[in-house]
Ligand binder design. Structure first.
Ligand code: MG
Length: 120
């Protein structure tokens, strides 16, 4: 079982190495694959109203399908980050800092406005 990002990254790279798939993992293709997996995740919710989506919460099959697609997105994100030597934990932390400046609590609490709409 993998319980941290470094171990997970190592397992993903070993999985790829065992299959000799690095040759196919160009950044464009990894980015496209990530988007496709995000679309597969979106498809699980497509045309469902809120009550149907709420009902998915308690169904292990639905939760497993969501989990699988989220995992696919994460795996491609890790592979793309690896290509550019990006530490994803640091990147997410840095982005969270940027977001907290963009979305100060005083202006964003309880509303879903984009930061460009704050003073309008
Ligand atoms: Mg998938």
């Amino acid at each position: 079982m993998t319980d941290n990002m470094d171990e997970l990254r190592a397992r993903i790279l070993a999985f790829r190495e065992d299959r000799d798939w690095k040759q196919f993992h160009k950044p464009k293709d990894l980015a496209l694959a990530l988007g496709i997996e995000a679309s597969e995740l979106s498809e699980l919710f497509l045309w469902k109203d809120e009550s149907k989506i709420d009902a998915m919460t308690g169904k292990s099959g639905d939760v497993e399908a969501i989990s699988d697609e989220l995992a696919d997105v994460l795996i491609y994100a890790i592979l793309l980050a690896d290509y550019f030597d990006i530490d994803l934990v640091q990147a997410a932390s840095r982005k969270l800092e940027k977001n907290s400046k963009k979305y100060p609590v005083a202006k964003s609490k309880g509303n879903a406005k984009k930061y460009t709409e704050f003073d309008k």
